[in-house]
Design a protein around this ligand. Structure first.
Ligand code: A3P
Length: 342
């Protein structure tokens, strides 16, 4: 259930849907009704997503038809070598979170490495599509040669209660990468994304607090995702800390080569992606690639990455910062890393 979460408390007070909506829209309750409609649309968008129908799921090239084996010699379940260039394997590493942390940037940077083969889209297997089965999941993966790493990213895994058990079932040796970012900025970024799809959404402040400026609404997914310590607790029941790498979303912007260097070390890869691959694009305001994978021209991430954020009153930001502080501290203790958000 934890996927993208719902709006929780905010949607209360729905006006009776009984008599003539048209008349009501012209009457004094019109703004209320409109707000309820926008909120309703937002609630629907914010529900945990469903697995897309097979035709709309990422289309795999035909997979080798051998049966699934249990855990292979390198710790990951695998298949005997198929003919052709490499074979499809389960990912040895996953970028499991967090939404709006900088997960797309990290994936695109890692794809520059010749020993990394990554799925471009988010398969959502361990949260939404699990009933399709492991063979289906593996069939989505790009082929790899021995020594290459298969990688996928689905940021909602980190906040999905069932994901650790399911991933552990695939392989307890899976390496888990979590890109984390100041939870207040992350929440605003999340809101900015939703706002871009749902114009007329209530203000950030109206969604972040219950009853005006009452308690912080932890049922709102934009807030809840930032409770990193709570989500991590769920994972640490099954995976030791050594199986994780926590990447700073802030440093991924200020020092992409440094953060990607840490990731390459963690994955046991040679540091091939270095500062030579990046330049700072002043127009975009972010690091971009001098040459993208498979191309020869500079490339920045798309418009949905690095969006302008709506202005949020300083008092709101301060209250949220205070709210997150104890959770952040706990997260620093758990990970042994101080991300400097306080
Ligand atoms: P904003 O759009 O709020 O700035 P994700 O890919 O997990 O959805 O994360 C999106 C965030 O990645 C963006 O949030 C942006 O801040 C961050 N990011 C990190 N490095 C980036 C880069 N090189 N180009 C664009 N966005 C980057």
């Amino acid at each position: 259930m934890a996927g993208s979460g719902g709006l929780g408390g905010g949607a209360g007070g729905g006006q009776g849907a009984g008599a003539g909506q048209g008349a009501a829209l012209r009457g004094p309750r019109a703004p209320l009704l409109l707000a309820a409609l926008v909120l309703g649309a937002y609630c629907l968008c914010a529900l945990p997503g469903r697995c897309p129908p097979a035709a709309r799921a990422p289309v795999p090239a035909p997979a080798p038809a051998e049966p699934l084996r249990a855990v292979g010699p390198r710790g990951a379940p695998g298949l005997p070598v198929a003919s052709g260039p490499g074979r499809r394997r389960f990912p040895q590493a996953l970028i499991v979170g967090v939404k709006k942390g900088g997960t797309r940037a990290l994936l695109e940077f890692l794809r520059l490495h010749p020993d990394v083969r990554a799925l471009g889209s988010e398969p959502h297997f361990f949260d939404r599509c699990y009933e399709r089965g492991l063979a289906w999941y593996r069939s989505l993966m790009p082929r790899t040669l021995d020594g290459q790493i298969t990688l996928e990213k689905t940021p909602s895994y980190f906040v999905t209660r069932e994901a650790p058990g399911r991933i552990h079932g695939m392989s307890p040796d899976t390496k888990l990468i979590v890109v984390v970012r100041n939870p207040v900025t992350r929440a605003i970024s999340d809101y900015a994304q939703t706002l871009s799809k749902t114009p007329g959404l209530p203000s950030f402040r109206a969604l972040a607090f219950r009853h005006g400026l009452g308690p912080v609404d932890t049922a709102w997914s934009a807030v809840r995702i930032g409770l990193y310590a709570q989500h991590l607790t769920n994972w640490l029941r099954l995976f030791p800390l050594s199986r994780f790498l926590f990447v700073s979303g802030e440093r991924l912007v200020s020092d992409p080569a440094g953060e990607v260097g840490r990731v390459q070390d963690f994955l046991g890869l040679k540091r091939v992606v270095t500062d030579k691959h990046f330049y700072f694009n002043a127009t975009k305001g972010f690091p971009c690639l001098k040459k993208a994978q498979g191309g020869s021209r500079p490339r920045c991430l798309g418009k949905s990455k690095g969006r302008p954020h709506p202005r949020v009153p300083e008092a709101v930001v301060r209250r949220l910062r205070d709210f997150y502080r104890p959770f952040n501290r706990r997260f620093y203790q758990m990970t042994g890393q101080d991300f400097g958000w306080d």
